[in-house]
Design a protein around this ligand. Structure first.
Ligand code: MV4
Length: 654
């Protein structure tokens, strides 16, 4: 076994590899770009080498710089993780030439799977089922159209060098073929430098089921069962699980045998994945592509097999035989993984960048979080905005799904918008819980998974926030002037307060009467039960509500059953005067003038009501801040005014 390895990656996968290396007593060398100088993977490793500026083309993709770092630190092997150099045949070759072990397959295996048509030909020859179609050398438009007509529509045109959903065109009818072909060829040329295409029968409602395979350098190959990765959005995986729902022993055996044959056909060693699409109409499965790396979703396989796949990678790379034979492998229970992202489903999944202010989760039995991020770290636009992988295991699918909802509910992150609520919504969806998954699941359930009010509070969450502010629960944690006074805290007599909360671009104003630990508004009555250690419990309209709570400067975040609401408050004391003692009366919040109670020129006493305003269905009395004469009163009933607009000016009495 190696005594020192270098990890040519960052984030959660670098941390994941380091964890296993440590357990096996192997020293670790991290590499990092300038923006990653303080990153978790750097802190976890025994040594770290700076390899260049933030853009990956100048750092994590610099194979020569990384190889030199390995040589200089005395690392005997390089683990590439996923992405970056993991499927770069030239890098695998360069490592070998430099006398450093590439922890992954040979240059030859990587190259064999690089182009779709060649990979497909190899698989066909090995007896692995492939989608009916044409993948030959003749690339003449007229000929390809004849082939498509023969296959029957709909057909899919795929650029042979395409990947990740790029370079594909769906053709519904013969008349559209030539246009879309030209389109696909141009994209292939521009994106991948290769305009060759293949034509396939289009599978209308497929599932993505992949088999994990492992080979060693002694000619042994096993499969570690399947993962279902059908839940994808724009070719990005969202949820992965093992085993696949509804998989029969017979089909598993057929897919497993095909996967082993596929790996054997290219003398594969190391961790690999054979991706199939399964036609839900017939349960026929077809080879799609092979990924010659450890995949993001490998943890679900680890959870159901009890194995450490990184340990297997290291053993195989060190020349050992596979630790187990096929007959020794079995599935235990069910596992899910979700990809927790800094992206905003309310803005078409726009990646979010910036510092993570708070990040915590509660791990119970059968829960695992793989992450490379801690509070204080920044998510930048240089790399993938994945924050963590949340992974659960339980004895069956239903229990595992329930456990994932628990883990999602107990995960708190502030500073950035995330897809947390989107993920939780999937685990509440009836079809998902039934195991009714295919690649169209997310688009089909768009309305419930990405609702128009994503990230907006429900009445319970508003009530919790109002409790927090109206009862001054953060007083100990903050010295904000508006909470420091504490004058409303334990008031024996009911006091009237207005809590104004802005959430994303929405404003909510809630008029409350506060008595002891109970608050009442038009929509709810809420009593505080407890609030400590990032947790709040209350009775809201007769229901007991428990939620996570993170107060962060002037922001408050509520984490309730997987829903996440980040709020920014503004406080108003409904009965106090809103007029400054200098006589300048301004609107305390945006709103409409309901009535005007005084006239210009009139003398008023301090505290006398001047106007009534309405803001978000809440009425506010505006009072004189000092005694004097009303000078400027330029507003009219029904005027809609912004925050801070001048309502009146009082000339103070001497
Ligand atoms: C297909 C297909 C239907 N029919 N091929 C998408 C990316 C690449 N890995 C293969 N892909 C597909 N190939 C035929 N003949 C549908 C897809 C597909 C898909 C596959 C797996 C997971 C999600 C997908 C989403 C859309 C389309």
């Amino acid at each position: 076994m190696f005594s020192k390895i270098l990890i040519a990656n960052r984030g959660e996968i670098a941390c994941r590899v380091i964890r296993t290396a440590k357990r096996l007593g192997i020293q670790t060398v991290a590499v990092y770009s300038e923006v990653d100088a303080g990153a978790l993977h750097v802190r976890m490793a025994d040594e770290a080498v700076l390899i260049g500026p933030a853009p990956s083309s100048q750092s994590y993709l610099k194979s020569d710089v990384i190889l030199k770092a390995a040589q200089q630190t005395g690392a005997q092997a390089i683990h590439p993780g996923y992405g970056f150099l993991s499927e770069n045949a030239d890098f695998s070759k360069a490592c070998k030439k430099a006398g450093i072990v590439f922890i992954g397959p040979s240059e030859k295996s990587i190259n064999a799977m690089g182009l779709k048509d060649e990979a497909k030909a190899i698989m066909e020859k090995a007896g692995v089922p492939t989608v009916p179609g044409y993948k030959g050398a003749n690339q003449e438009a007229k000929f390809l159209k004849e082939q498509a007509d023969k296959i029957g529509y709909p057909v899919l045109i795929k650029a042979v060098a395409g990947g990740g959903g790029k370079g594909m065109r769906l053709v519904e009818k013969s008349a559209d073929f030539l246009d879309l072909l030209g389109n696909c060829q141009r994209e292939g040329k521009a994106s991948f430098g290769n305009d060759h295409v293949l034509i396939e029968k289009y599978i209308t409602k497929p599932r993505h089921i992949e088999m994990q395979v492992f080979g060693d350098t002694h000619g042994n190959v096993v499969h570690l069962f399947e993962r279902d990765c059908s839940l994808q959005r724009r070719h990005q995986k969202v949820v992965e699980e093992a085993p696949a729902p509804g998989m029969t022993d017979k089909m598993r055996k057929a897919m497993g045998d095909a996967a082993v044959k596929a790996a054997e056909a290219i003398d594969y060693y190391g961790a690999g994945t054979i991706e199939f699409i399964v036609d839900t109409a017939t349960n026929d499965f077809y080879f799609m592509e092979m990924n010659t790396r450890l995949q993001v979703e490998h943890p679900v396989t680890e959870m159901i097999t009890g194995l450490d796949l990184v340990e297997w990678q290291l053993r195989v790379a060190a020349g050992e035989k596979l630790p187990l034979a096929q007959k020794d492998l079995s599935i235990n229970g069910h596992a899910f993984e979700v990809r927790f992202y800094a992206e905003d489903p309310a803005q078409n999944f726009l990646p979010q960048t910036g510092p993570v202010r708070h990040f915590s989760y509660v791990l119970d039995d059968g829960m695992r979080v793989d992450t490379g991020i801690e509070a204080g770290d920044k998510v930048t636009s240089f790399y993938d905005p994945m924050i963590a992988k949340l992974i659960v295991w339980d004895k069956d699918r239903a229990d595992a799904a329930a456990k994932m909802l628990h883990l999602l509910s107990a995960t708190k992150l502030t500073g950035l918008n995330t897809n947390q609520e989107f993920l939780a919504a999937i685990f509440r969806e009836k079809d998902f819980l039934k195991g009714d998954v295919d690649t169209g699941f997310i688009p089909r359930h768009e309305k419930t998974l990405m609702p128009a009010d994503y990230g907006q509070p429900r009445v319970e969450e508003l009530a919790l926030a109002c409790l927090y502010y109206a009862l001054d629960l953060g007083a100990e944690e903050t010295d904000d002037p508006w909470t420091a006074g504490g004058s409303w805290r334990s008031g024996v007599t009911p006091a009237s307060r207005i809590v104004e909360l802005s959430v994303r671009d929405q404003n909510f104003a809630v008029k409350l009467s506060v008595q002891g630990r109970t608050i009442r508004s038009a929509d709810f009555e809420a009593s505080l039960a407890a609030c400590a250690d990032g947790h709040i419990e209350a009775l809201v309209n007769g229901h007991r509500i428990a939620a996570g709570i993170v107060a962060d400067g002037k922001a408050l975040s509520i984490f309730h059953q997987g829903r996440v609401v980040h709020m920014h408050p503004k406080m108003h004391d409904a009965d106090d005067d809103h007029g400054a003692s200098n006589g300048r009366i301004v609107t305390p919040m945006p709103g409409r003038v309901v009535s005007i109670l005084v006239k210009k020129g009139e003398s008023v006493e301090k505290g006398q009501p001047l106007l009534i305003m309405e803001s978000m269905k809440v009425e506010i009395t505006i009072r004189a801040g000092c005694a004097g004469r009303v000078e400027d009163l330029s507003v009219a009933v029904n005027d809609q005014l912004p925050d801070g607009a001048l309502l009146a000016q009082i000339a103070a009495k001497e």
